[in-house]
Structure formats: structure tokens, C-alpha cells
Design a protein around this ligand. Sequence first.
Ligand code: ATP
Ligand code: MG
Length: 417
Amino acid sequence: MTSKVCLVSYHEIALKGKNRRRFEDALLKNLRCALETFELNRLERFQGRILCVPAREDDAQAVAERAALVPGVARVAVAWRCARSDEAFAEAAVQALAASEPFTTFKVHGKKSNTDYAGHTLDINRSVGAALCAAFPEKKVRMHDPDVTITVNVVGGEAYVYGAGRRGAGGLPVGTAGKVVSLLSSGFDSPVASWMVGRRGACVCPVHFSGRPVTSDESEWLCQDILAALKPYGLAGRLYVVPFGEVQRTMALEGPPDLRVILYRRAMLAIAERIAEIEGAKALVTGESLGQVASQTLDNIRATNDAVRTLPVLRPLIGSDKVEIIERARQIGTYDISSEKAPDCCTLFMPRRPETHARLETVRRAWDALEPETLIDEALAGLEYVDVEGCPSYKPPRGLAEHHGSLAPATWRSRDA
Ligand code: ATP
Ligand code: MG
């Protein structure tokens, strides 16, 4: 009798020495949440991996696919659990190899861990190898660098038989790196940037600057859809929305036209930093890529970054080309949503000839003349938020009310309403 289970591996966590337990606990918590739609009999540490036993065997494949998306997961294999006998090993190995198609070459790797099994692993290799050659006569055994290795791991009183399985998201479990505030537009770049820092263990609080009340709230719906698409990765906590249209109007009326975009960006970063203080986040994140648009030349990045007081600004896409970013957006499922056009604050009051190489001193003078602290306070007074489901490591800040008396959960219409 064989039964199907999932084995989740996480090699990078293994490098973390004494922290290993904390990383494993975070991964288990995140996996439990990601797999909540499946009924599971077991989800626990097992031989340097995580063993996941779905109540319904037929779920094993879907569970593996779902688990592979969770940051921190290096690989997931469906494994056939069987009794300790040559016949049982062979039966399970035939199923594991059949599931590994397409392939041309294979080998068998027998292993024993914590078991009183008397047989030798070389004998396992030989007998299982012979059974597989008989079942797959057109395939070839290859000892060096085969397409598939079928592992027969005898553990305690039973054995687990599996092929390579699928590659996981990699990286580290969400929550193990602390919290960041990520500036999320509905474009292609910032969802990818958010995913990238989430994959490195950050719990992400997205903040979106809406052109409301000057534009519609369409971009806010797109952001919500983006976060729904990112839900399988379990990386996003509370979404903050800043109605930013009035701030931009003031800046457009009172600031020099060629510096407008830089001034908007400074205000965004300064406001995001204040939200990060509320949230206890340790960095800001943007989807900027060097030279992508006028506001992302080195001079202009310097002129915008200058508005941030203490936090580091992470730019995971700084060296990426648009083609690579779009490829990643397709892979993580945000591409179609980002393809939709919605007026957001970026489309508002755009100058005809934006400065591409702003001088820091000129920008600082223009900024100070706007009395930015008042503008920032006004924008923060209108701050709204909505909680995103599926991020178990997100802890809402205590004392939110002390920071912002008027802050209230947004009651947004659904996009389809
Ligand atoms: P994206 O970069 O996400 O594709 P975009 O191209 O419209 O959006 P850029 O002009 O490239 O935006 O802006 C650079 C970065 O500034 C974005 O990646 C994002 O982090 C931040 N940003 C821009 N607009 C907004 C916004 N409306 N709300 C929140 N962050 C924004
Ligand atoms: Mg961009």
C-alpha cells in the first residue's frame, strides 16, 4: 500500500545556524496559512524537511503546487510513502518515475535515516533500478547527472520514494526579515519589487498614492487586485491608501513645473516614512529601475531620496531591465492587472518638460518653500487602510489611534460593484 504525501525542502534556512528553529517555525506558520483550503492530516518538521500529509491523496499534487509558491520553500516533491520491502519500494518508485516525465535518463538513490532497516542501500539501488528498467524499457540509467534521481529514503518503519519535484519560490520565510513599507502603484514594477523583498523574508505593508479626489479611485481597485494576486505568497499585510490629489494640486500650483515629479516623489517617500514609523517598518521599498524614466536618473533619485530622514530605501529592481521585470510580473501573476490603465496620481499635473538632472540645492529650496510638513500632515490625516488576508506574520501596530485620530479602515466598493 502506498500513499501520496508532500516533502518540502528549504535549503537556505539550513544555513542560519541557531536561528534555524525560528525560520522553520515561520515557514510552518506561513505554509499552514497558504494551505488552509486543504484538509491536512500532518504538517510538521521531518528529517530536515517539512512533511505535509493531505487528508485526500488526490490533493497531493495541488498541495505541492501551492506550497512551492511560499517564500522560503526551495523544492516540493510529491512522495510515495510505502512499507519497507523491495516490492513496495519498486511499486512506489514506478509511480514516482512516471510522475517525473518528461525525462530520458534516471538513477536510484537509496538512503537510510533513523531506522533499524537491515537491508543495504546498494541493494535498494539494485532492486529498484531493475524494477524501473523493466517498467520503462525505453529510458536509460545514468549514474552521472541523470535527468531524474529517484530517492528511496527509508525512515523509521517506512519509506518515502520521490523524484526531484518542483522548484519553489526560494528565499526566506516572510516575516523573518522584519517589516517594510513598499510604495505600490498599479504599474508593472512595484508589485514585482514587493514580491522580491517578500521573498527575502520581509513582511510588506504596501502604500498606494491615489489621485483622489482629483481622479477616480480606479488605481486603488487595481492595487487591491494586485494584492489579491500576490496572496499565494503570503507577503502583504495592511494596505495604506493616501488620497494624494490635493497635495499634488498644491505642488503643481506653487512649485516649479520642471521639478514637479521630483517634489511628488519626495512627498511620497516622506509620507511612506511616516507610515513606516507607525508600522515599525525598517525600510522603504520602491520599484525604481536606473534610468527607466526621467525621475529615475541618478541625479533625480538622489534628489528624491533626500526627503527620507533615516530609513534605507530598498530598490530591488534598480539593475533590472523592463523585459526581465515583465517576465517576473507574468510569473507572479500581476502582469494582466498592471496592464490595465487607471489614472493615478502619476498621471496628474505632469509637466511638459520634467527635469532629468535636478540639482539637489535647487530641489531643496523648492521643497522648503512648499512647507512640506503641513502638506504631509494633511495627507496623513486622510490616510486609509484595508487589511490584506493571508499574511500570518503581519502584526498591526499598537497605538495606531494615538498617531492618527481620524484613521479608519477604508470601506471600498469592490471593483466589480
Ligand atoms: P511601476 O514602477 O510600479 O511600474 P510606474 O512605472 O507607474 O509604476 P514609476 O514612475 O516608475 O511608476 O515610479 C517609480 C516608483 O515610485 C514605483 O515603482 C513605485 O514604487 C513608486 N510609485 C509611483 N507611483 C506611485 C503611486 N501612485 N503609489 C505608490 N507608489 C508609487
Ligand atoms: Mg516604473
